[in-house]
Write a protein that binds this ligand. Structure first.
Ligand SMILES: Nc1ncnc2c1ncn2[C@@H]1O[C@H](COP(=O)(O)OP(=O)(O)OP(=O)(O)O)[C@@H](O)[C@H]1O
Ligand SMILES: [Mg+2]
Length: 287
């Protein structure tokens, strides 16, 4: 049995992330404090039409957007473009009104967006597959990027890594190897690895989809506590009860477009406005 996630919401690490975010805001009169995608177009090479076509939404600082949609609707693609892992062919992605990626037609074959590594670290991402480095301990996995990429001080980075591990209930596993951990524990380490870079926006792509049911809860509890602590997040999940509990804002993707958007998650799940959303939500009901 794995231990339950322990979380201190007054933890200084997230406060630092939140403070860093607030102080990087351009001005109090700024239009969008937070994160914004405008008219985003994404097309893969050799595809006859875009996967995402004219997608626009805003995520206010400190809030959670849940992205829903059927398989193949482009949820992972959306998160990957926001993370800078895929070039975009139209539109813009911005944080606090600063454009961090701009669409360029004809870039379908480019491997990544041309975003700088400084801009890249402003957005963190955790994937469905636990992609920890097998030849590094838990502590080594978490401290690698801040030490090698950000060249931060080793003692300070290690102290912060230990605080993060404590928050997710894994302080006693700092010297373990990834193969010695359960799937749920590995995902909690992957979350720490993203958080130590102080991302202004955290993207979670079906992070519990590959877990045994009893491990899902321990990971979702960590994410709920992050939301309470004010971490801005975009979450793709098939856990509908969790989605309803955590979402400030929901979008449903289908056919390359946003087919329904709501800033009232309870209303969206109880009374979807479109036939497409009703059909989609119905697939999660069993009678
Ligand atoms: N690297 C790629 N090259 C070409 N096409 C791709 C690539 N990645 C995804 N696609 C296509 O883009 C579409 C959207 O895929 P995506 O993985 O974003 O969907 P999804 O909504 O995340 O689906 P799922 O719920 O199954 O994870 C699919 O038709 C997929 O085949
Ligand atoms: Mg996906």
């Amino acid at each position: 049995m794995t231990e339950p996630a322990q979380f201190n919401t007054d933890n200084a690490v997230n406060d630092e992330a939140v403070t860093a975010f607030e102080t990087s805001a351009p001005s109090p009169s700024s239009d969008c404090k937070g994160f914004e995608v405008r008219h985003l177009v994404k097309q893969y090479a050799n595809a006859d039409k875009p996967v995402l076509n004219d997608i626009s939404f805003k995520v206010e600082h400190g809030t959670v957007l849940v992205v829903l949609g059927p398989s193949g609707s482009g949820k992972s693609t959306l998160l990957r473009t926001i993370a800078g892992l895929e070039p975009i062919q139209g539109g813009t992605i911005s944080i606090n009104d600063q454009v961090i990626d701009e669409g360029r037609p004809g870039t379908e074959k480019a491997g990544r967006s041309n975003r700088s590594s400084a801009l890249r670290t402003r957005i963190g991402m955790v994937f469905q597959s636990y992609d920890l480095f097998p030849n590094k301990t838990v502590l080594g996995n978490i401290t690698m990027a801040p030490l090698l990429v950000q060249k931060r001080d080793k003692a300070q980075v290690e102290a912060e890594a230990l605080k993060l591990l404590d928050r997710v209930g894994l302080a006693d596993r700092k010297d373990a190897w990834p193969h010695e951990l359960s799937g749920g524990q590995r995902q909690r380490v992957a979350i720490c690895r993203a958080l130590i870079l102080h991302p202004e926006v955290l993207l979670l792509d079906e992070i519990t989809a590959a877990l045994d049911p009893e491990m899902v809860r321990e990971v979702l509890d960590v994410v709920l506590e992050l939301a309470k602590a004010g971490q801005t997040m975009l979450i793709v999940t098939h856990e509908m009860q969790f989605a309803r509990a955590i979402a400030d804002h929901v979008i449903l993707l289908d056919g390359g477009h946003i087919v329904e958007e709501s800033h009232d998650a309870y209303a969206f799940f109880a009374h979807p406005q479109t036939e497409r959303a009703r059909q989609f939500l119905h697939t999660f009901e069993f009678e």
